[in-house]
Design a protein around this ligand. Sequence first.
Ligand code: ADP
Length: 427
Amino acid sequence: MAMRLGAIADDFTGATDLANNLVRSGMRTVQIIGVPSAEELSATDADAVVIALKSRSAPVEQAVEESQRAAISLLDAGATQIYFKYCSTFDSTPLGNIGPVIDALLDTVGADYTVAVPSFPAVGRTVYQGHLFVADRLLNETGMRHHPLTPMDDADIVRVLQKQTMRPVGLVNETMVLAGPDAVADAVKRLHHAEGVRVAVVDTVSDEDLYTLGSAFSDLPLVTGGSGLGLGLAASWSFTSSREAERLPVAFGAQVVIAGSASRATQGQVDAFIQTGAPSFAIDLEKLAQGVDVVEEVLAATALALGQGPLLVYSTRSAEDVRAFQTRVGVERASELIESTLGQIASAFVERGAGALLVAGGETSGAVVNALGISSLQIGPQIDPGVPWCAAKSNGRLIHIALKSGNFGQPDLFTRAFQTLDWEDWP
Ligand code: ADP
């Protein structure tokens, strides 16, 4: 089946978030890292493609240029709707990048108007009278007020967005949303014809509202929002079951966990894994600080265990130990050293027959994906909420990989993860 939805996300985890929602709604979904070549895109067989950019905090011109190129490639590949995905807390500054990217995409797609739906009620993000709430707080009364890159000191999304674009921004409120899909679609059209509104912020306080908006906007050439709107849109089309959509090729080869996150949840998962008595190898921070190449050492130490059930390599430590290492070598250098070491270890493991890798840590995931030369991920079944297995090609070789943000997942995730895949022969 041809591609239905072409999405552009302004960061990597945001892309995964949307892709994951689409798969759970029955759409076969592929996430692509960076703007793909026409060749790569035409070889992609999926109902939805989500292109992950790093444009959230990039200079405006760069964000606009990359987003337009991404949209053109998706349209060329047959997408009938373009979805610009940003954060459910509307992470941006008065300069952008949400407003300028919406402007540019309206032009690229050739649409008269679009909608802005950051809400995701299931995770506490709602919009009422145009004001964004995080649980029971207005956006500007949350930690987002002090975000280092995109501080949000105003919860009025109409006002926030109007500072980022010359084109008129309007509001479709909850009363209208409660009147149903046709009323909402009409309201957006009327705002455009009567008041010249090009972007309508739409209230959403519940999952039902998301489904109303999904039906209302299923034919708009351009939609924009958080990942929640994806659930509504996907539900308005009839796709196969999620079981069908999340099917991946069978897995094979050795099972490896690479943990480079020092977050609480990962610390617990490392402890729980070690408790089971499964083989675990801590990166030697002392040697790393001395400039010793520890990759060979890890490979030698793990050689016998590789392929005999899951094994773990980790840099995960207590907060004090992390600080001590950072003080010793410098914060940036500490991250660089560990990320590049774990990346090299991952790619050496794949060369030695690893077929399924679970990676813990957002930055660590980026480093591993780079080291493995992965450019796209087919999203499969979830291990835990927000942690899907994916199929990918690493230098032409099929592997399975799960990329976990540090704080995601239950304590037994590392042991349970590999049972979620279908295996050629269970090791
Ligand atoms: P999370 O998703 O938990 O934030 P990330 O991988 O994004 O995890 O970030 C963790 C950062 O901390 C990475 O740059 C990683 O290299 C670094 N790191 C991991 N272990 C240690 C450690 N023991 N000491 C210092 N830094 C570490």
